[in-house]
Design a protein around this ligand. Sequence first.
Ligand code: PLP
Length: 360
Amino acid sequence: MSRVFNFSAGPAVLPEEVLKQAASEMTDWRGSGMSVMEMSHRGKEFVSIAEKAEADLREIMNIPNNYKVLFLQGGATSQFAMVPMNLLMGKKTADYINTGQWSKKAISEAKRYCNVNVVATSEANNFTTIPPQSEWKFDPNAAYFHYTPNETIGGVEFHNIPEADNVPLIADMSSTILSRPVDVSKFGLIYAGAQKNIGPAGLTIVIIREDMIGEPTSGTPLMLSYKTHADNGSMYNTPPTYAWYIAGLVFEWIKKKGGLKAMAGINKRKADKLYTAIDNSDFYKNPVDKKCRSCMNVPFILKNPELDKTFIEESKKAGLVALKGHRSVGGMRASIYNAMPEEGVDALISFMEEFKKKNG
Ligand SMILES: *Cc1c(COP(=O)(O)O)cnc(C)c1O
């Protein structure tokens, strides 16, 4: 069977070149006589894989030398707890902005450890916009400011880095990391689950400025302390070796494609086409405020929701899969991460036009 165009929000499509390379190296990694999955994480083969992946990520994201890159487990969801456990540093409050379902989850977890000051929320607008920065109310005693640059479910994205109130800026970049260049030096900490735009599930990447690595709140398990992982090169225990290796292949693929500037150009073209197709029809609709539409996750609803089921069934038959919207939004969602080829977006747009002709 040939490959489908997979619009899943995550775990998501990976570059076909990467999968083929992994397949060719599956049983014997470059003459080692074993699979990467079977290697000791402390052996020289895996250490070379790990170091190359980190070096390539540093190169493509232009990560300054005073930042550590950690390869962890536990998903972005564990970071919802690790961030307050490690970064409160004796303070009692943290600032969060609430722009969608993932912000909300980060906030409810942080509330277990501190007072959360919600600087602004777009919940009353059904998370279809970002409140203007002029309306945000920071707490002067906050330890840090946390935001979600791209809300994967609502399809809402910050197109500029917000100004934090002289406190470290923390970002959950799970669904936007590597989609375009970003000035890492503006952040205290960036985290991302790998399964959207990096590689397989099971790996979580944390990029942390060195001065943010300190003693966590007393009682914090060693595994949940950034210091533990930073001091041990992410090998305090067995890291997710195979996911780390695949992520490394993805970083090489991005380098070959021309880096993040090139990715940004392709991503913008893909997203623009799809939004234009939606906006130019009275059959489809994207509910998000135009200035904060996501380049990665494009939700759209049909004018007649009774057709949702037919749309999903027929698109699947046409080789376009996982377009069902999140249960909290309904309708459809097309996730168009780096690895979604432009032909996939073109095929989706053609399908949408045909479907409209038949059912409009
Ligand atoms: C998917 C996602 C998460 C949750 O990630 P897990 O790795 O499943 O814990 C958190 N935040 C954002 C923005 C996401 O897209």
